[in-house]
Design a protein around this ligand. Structure first.
Ligand code: THU
Length: 186
């Protein structure tokens, strides 16, 4: 059975191992802001991060994603995923996967973060991070790639990470070349 640890431990594990990709980890220390989002902020840890509406220096997006991941509702797959979006306004929006006994009704972490972003009044993704306890930096599913492409330019940075300390950077265009777009309906 997968060992469950507190979110602080998970984040610390990521930080301890980030030297695996030091350049990437350093990059992940970039600034931004975090505010209470529209969803996915229910845990003590997430609430601690967002108890104030005022802006504050942010942890990296990966750390935000790692913390909120603990709130994922994944009793069927036992595969918790966390996502953090830095939107055009600079606000950070969080999401987790939310499963359902009727399996197809579940939603992905990326979709949750996008929903929080839209509810929060932002419409552009400037950067996103996704994290899971996986053997490789967790690849977004096909549907989520299309969802990201709706709100992000092809060059937008996507950081895929594992709670075991691995991380890789890619872009929305690399994840989904030739994405279907509004212009295809002209
Ligand atoms: N999952 C995500 O949240 N994001 C992805 O991009 C990949 C898959 C979730 C969906 C489901 O709750 C669990 O991971 C196993 O597929």
């Amino acid at each position: 059975m997968r060992a469950r640890s507190g979110c602080g431990t998970e984040v610390n594990r990521f930080l301890q191992h980030r030297t695996v990709l030091p350049r990437c980890a350093q990059h992940l220390r970039d600034g931004g802001t975090l505010r209470r989002g529209a969803s996915g902020l229910a845990s003590d840890a997430a609430r601690d991060q967002s108890s104030s509406q005022r802006r504050r220096p942010a942890m990296s997006l990966v750390e935000d994603a790692a913390r909120v991941r603990e709130n994922a509702y994944a009793p069927y797959s036992r595969f918790k995923v966390g996502a953090a979006i830095r939107a055009g306004s600079g606000q950070v929006y969080l999401g987790v996967n939310v499963e359902n006994a009727a399996y197809p009704e579940g939603t992905c972490a990326e979709a949750g973060a996008i929903a929080a972003m839209i509810a929060g009044g932002d419409t552009r993704i400037d950067e996103i991070a996704v994290i899971a306890d996986a053997p490789r930096p967790v690849p977004p599913c096909g549907g989520c790639r299309q969802k990201l492409a709706e709100f992000a330019g092809g060059g937008v940075k996507v950081t895929l990470a594992t709670t075991r300390g691995q991380a890789m950077e890619t872009t929305v265009a690399d994840l989904l070349p030739g994405a279907f777009a509004e212009t295809d309906m002209a």
